[in-house]
Design a protein around this ligand. Structure first.
Ligand code: GRF
Length: 182
């Protein structure tokens, strides 16, 4: 079966790009049908344009959810992939697409749920940092864990830690989607 994906992102889109390239090269058995952004100037939009992937903007305020829901239902994707989507989705949206929404979080969940996870781990002087891919439920980074990976960050600067985490994220997100979409 060939799969369809919808990706949600708010920022730089390095995870989006890694997934999109892996779909194009057929490493992941899927096509990204749509990128959904909640920030008008998100850098991820440029990446989508370069890759020829359709995108839509929605601020996810109140009733505006219904438009997104209709569009996604028409696509009927296997998964909605959150890749740096900085907005907590409303309960009815999560319920509408139960067990179909996946997120990546830069910590070994349940540690450092929520914002600034990398910075908080770094500020605490942790020697290890994690990356988690999980299903999305109604909470913030609380859904069932699909996979986790840890990396040693001893002696690294914050910038180096961020770079190292992103590298692991790209690889882990692609590998996880390869496995889920076999
Ligand atoms: C990643 O670190 C991801 O774990 C977090 O937001 C960041 C998004 O980075 N949820 P990018 O936009 O994919 O480059």
């Amino acid at each position: 079966m060939f799969h369809k994906l919808v990706v949600f992102a708010s920022g730089t889109g390095s995870n989006f790009e890694a997934i999109a390239k892996a779909c194009k090269s057929k490493k992941i058995n899927a096509k990204i049908e749509l990128l959904v952004v909640n920030k008008k100037n998100a850098r991820v939009i440029e990446k989508a344009k370069k890759l020829g992937i359709n995108y839509m903007y929605n601020d996810f305020k109140n009733d505006n959810y219904f438009e997104v829901i209709e569009v996604i239902k028409a696509i009927n994707p296997t998964y909605i992939v959150l890749a740096g989507f900085m907005k907590v989705l409303k309960k009815y949206f999560v319920n509408e697409f139960k067990n179909k929404i996946i997120n990546i979080h830069p910590s070994k969940l349940p540690a450092y749920q929520g914002l600034r996870a990398i910075e908080r781990a770094f500020e605490n002087g942790d020697n290890e940092i994690g990356v988690t891919i999980h299903y999305v439920d109604e909470g913030v980074d609380t859904g069932k864990i699909i996979t986790q990976k840890c990396l040693n960050i001893k002696g690294l600067t914050l910038l180096q830690v961020e770079e190292a985490v992103h590298k692991v994220e790209h690889k882990l997100y692609v590998e996880t989607l390869v496995n889920l979409l076999k």
